[in-house]
Every structure is written in structure tokens, then in C-alpha cells.
Ligand binder design. Structure first.
Ligand SMILES: [Zn+2]
Ligand SMILES: [Zn+2]
Length: 421
């Protein structure tokens, strides 16, 4: 039997890595411009971190984690998201020195044991940011602007930003109670998942994807009507700032997001053609999370964005970059001795910064010229017996088939002149 990549994983092939690297470069670029520093955390953590940092009642912790024991029987889990690890690192390395604000970003693979479907994988890649140490709504606005501008830079401009506030530990319990009371009489008609969650985490019922649950929750009271003065003011300020920097958003009172730890602001960025279930990125404020994970009370906000969905959008819209990797020169040796000379010449030119291709199979001149043509190089250098004897190389311009003999010594100079470097 042929061995294949594990279920829910995929290979990035050479034609895709070009786009992938283009996106990566944009990630590092925009975070640098906005003043964020990169952190890289391990791919696995002790399982407790995710139980505390993501929440016991989330889909992720309930049924999607890759959990295993190390040889000392300690439970480990492949990271299913990035926030918990960044917060753990923030606390462990005391990055909150002198009460300053930490603006961090991350990028890398995450793991969830989900049923694979289009655009959803068991090993997937996310990038995201966490800002720790400020409860100012300008931070919320900065995170949202950064995300929106990132997609705009890549050419995705038909963006929808959904925005909501889900209150704080003061006002959310009142809302939860209202919601439970409203839905309890209908509980038998809810899907099994929602029935189970009704008393524990009723907010999650608002984003259940089941059609009948959606209908049953259509007339629920809205959270924005029960916000405390502090949460109300925070949300109002955020909207005002976003208005002032040309970020269009829709207030979506049903947006609650999947994590237990969010407080106040939650948001999602969607691309026009992906559909409402498929956000490009999402995030929110989590003022209690650092404390939950064992640190000093520290307000925080972050977002996470998926690479795979973004790839799908960019590919579907042909927003792929033209990458210049045509060789400057293709070297074609004819014969054993010539191969050795050409090989060392190749290495020397590459070390000087030239992109040089050569044949590594001992093929005929005809076959080598065909490869050179396919590579898109404008120049081929042919070294046969006569050329080698005279220390020369026959340069052929591909577009005109014009040929000229030059001395091998002068090849670098010839390239510099040809490419005006
Ligand atoms: Zn509140
Ligand atoms: Zn449901």
C-alpha cells in the first residue's frame, strides 16, 4: 500500500509555497510596522493550559484536541490555537515589566482533531496577535485596523467586519440568566449540543450552525441591551475610533465567538465570497485570561487568522504574486570534463549572487537547450570540447539565437554588463 499524508493534513507544493511565502512576508511586514514583536512557542503544552486558557465547555477542549501522555504520564496536547501559549509565555517570562504594554504576534501550525472538510484541516496554520496590558479601546481598534489593512494589502478589499460586545463578568451573568430563561421552555427543540450547553454556556447557542436552533434563537434578547456602563462606554468609544479611520463594520449582536474567555469586544473579518460561516480572522478582548492562567490581572485582546482560508481566497481571485525566479544563466556542459568545470563555475557564480541552472543528468545539447528554454532564462552558456581547450564559453541569447564566444574568466563581467548590475 502506498503511504499517504495523514487524514486532515496536506502538502504545500512548490507552486503554492511561492504564495505562502508572499503571505508570510506580509505578516512580518505589517506587524513590524504596527510595533508588534514575534514570539515562537512550543507546538505542544501541558493539557491543563488549554483547559484553563480556552475553557472546558468549548468544542476545542471538549472534542478536538490531540492529547497524549509523555513517558512520565503527564498529559500533553498539540496546541489547538495560539493565545493560551502566548499568555503562558508572557507570564512565565514576565513580559509585563514595569506595567508596560506587550504587543506580541505569532505564526505557525496548530492542531485540531476535526472532521476534515473543504478548507479545514487537522494541521492548519494561524497567525495572530495578542496585546497585553491595556484596556483602552484604542487597542481594540488597532487590532481590528491591523487585520483589515492586512487583507487590503493582499488585494482583498470586499471585507465585512462583524462587531459585538459580550460584556464583562459584571453584566454578562445577567444576560446569561435572561438567555437561559428565554430558551428553557424551548429546550427540547434544540439540538443535543445546545441542550447540553443551555445551562453551562448559553451564549454559544447563538452561534449554533443548526438551522432549527437558529430559528429558535431568532428572537432572543440582545446582549447590547444589558451592558453595564463601563462595557457600554468602551464599545461606544471603539465604534467612534473605527469610524475615524475608515474601517466599516456591522454591529452583529449574535456574534459571540467560540472561546469562553472573551470579554467586551468580539469581532470577525469576512471576505465577500467565503460565506458567513467562514471568517478570515476573528478575535476579541479577554480581560480575565491572564489571571485565569496564573498571572497578575492584566487586560488583553487578540485575534487569530487562518492561512488556509486566505490561500483559498487569494488563489480563487488570482491575487498571486509574480515571483521572479528565472535563472540569469543556464550552463550547458557537453562531456565529462566539461561537466566538472561547469559545475564549479556554477557554484562560483551562485556564491556571487547569480541564479544559475545547469544540467545534472548528462543530457544532449538539444535536451539541455529545451530545459533552458523552459526555465525562462535569457542566456545559455555552452561549454564543449573546443571551448574547454580555449578556456572559452559560447554564450547564446535565447530570444535572438545570437551567439558569441567569450573567455570563461570574463563570464561574471559579461553577466554584470548584460544585467546592468
Ligand atoms: Zn460589563
Ligand atoms: Zn444547536
Amino acid at each position: 500500500m502506498k503511504i499517504q499524508a495523514p487524514k486532515g493534513t496536506y502538502d504545500l507544493l512548490p507552486n503554492q509555497t511561492i504564495l505562502w511565502r508572499h503571505i508570510e512576508a506580509q505578516i512580518h511586514q505589517i506587524f513590524t510596522e504596527y510595533g508588534y514583536d514575534e514570539v515562537r512557542t512550543p507546538m505542544f503544552e501541558y493539557t491543563d493550559l488549554f483547559q484553563r486558557g480556552i475553557g472546558d465547555t468549548t468544542d476545542i477542549v471538549e472534542k478536538e484536541m490531540f492529547t497524549f501522555s509523555d513517558r512520565g504520564e503527564r498529559s500533553l496536547t498539540l496546541r489547538p490555537e495560539g493565545t493560551a501559549s502566548v499568555v503562558r509565555a508572557f507570564i512565565e517570562h514576565n513580559l509585563a515589566n514595569q506595567g508596560s504594554i506587550a504587543k506580541l504576534y505569532y505564526y505557525g501550525p496548530m492542531f485540531r482533531c476535526e472532521a476534515p472538510q473543504a478548507g479545514r484541516f487537522r494541521q492548519f496554520n494561524q497567525f495572530g496577535a495578542e496585546v497585553l496590558g491595556s484596556k483602552d479601546p484604542r487597542v481594540d481598534a488597532e487590532i481590528i485596523s491591523l487585520a483589515v489593512n492586512f487583507y487590503r494589502r493582499l488585494g482583498v478589499t470586499d471585507l465585512d467586519v462583524n462587531l459585538n460586545s459580550i460584556g464583562c463578568t459584571e453584566c454578562r451573568p445577567l444576560y446569561r440568566q435572561k438567555l437561559i430563561e428565554h430558551l428553557r421552555p424551548k429546550s427540547e427543540k434544540l439540538c443535543p449540543n445546545c441542550q447540553r450547553r443551555l445551562e453551562r454556556n448559553p451564549l454559544r447557542l447563538l452561534d449554533c450552525k443548526n438551522e432549527s436552533c437558529r430559528r429558535l434563537t431568532e428572537d432572543v434578547p440582545l446582549i447590547t441591551t444589558t451592558l453595564c456602563p463601563d462595557c457600554g462606554e468602551h464599545f461606544e468609544k471603539l465604534c467612534k475610533i473605527l469610524d475615524s479611520c475608515d474601517i466599516k463594520y456591522k454591529l452583529n449582536p449574535r456574534l459571540v465567538r467560540g472561546f469562553d474567555y472573551y470579554t467586551k469586544t468580539v469581532f470577525e473579518v469576512l471576505a465577500g465570497d467565503l460565506g458567513s460561516q467562514n471568517a478570515l480572522c476573528g478575535g476579541g478582548r479577554y480581560d480575565g485570561l491572564v489571571e485565569e492562567c496564573g498571572g497578575k490581572p492584566t487586560p488583553g485582546i487578540g485575534f487569530a487568522a487562518g492561512m488556509e482560508r486566505l490561500m483559498m481566497v487569494l488563489e480563487a481571485r488570482s491575487l498571486t504574486p509574480a515571483v521572479e525566479k528565472r535563472p540569469h544563466l543556464y550552463l550547458a556542459p557537453l562531456g565529462d570534463e566539461q561537466q566538472v568545470i561547469v559545475f564549479s563555475l556554477c557554484i562560483k557564480l551562485r556564491e556571487a549572487g547569480w541564479i544559475v541552472e545547469t544540467d545534472l543528468q548528462g543530457r544532449s545539447l538539444k535536451a539541455q537547450l529545451k530545459s533552458a528554454d523552459k526555465s525562462g532564462t535569457p542566456l545559455v552558456g555552452i561549454v564543449g570540447e573546443d571551448e574547454l581547450r580555449n578556456n572559452q564559453i559560447l554564450i547564446r541569447k535565447m530570444n535572438t539565437s545570437e551567439q558569441e564566444l567569450i573567455s570563461i574568466e570574463n563570464l561574471a563581467g559579461y553577466l554584470e554588463h548584460f544585467y546592468e548590475k
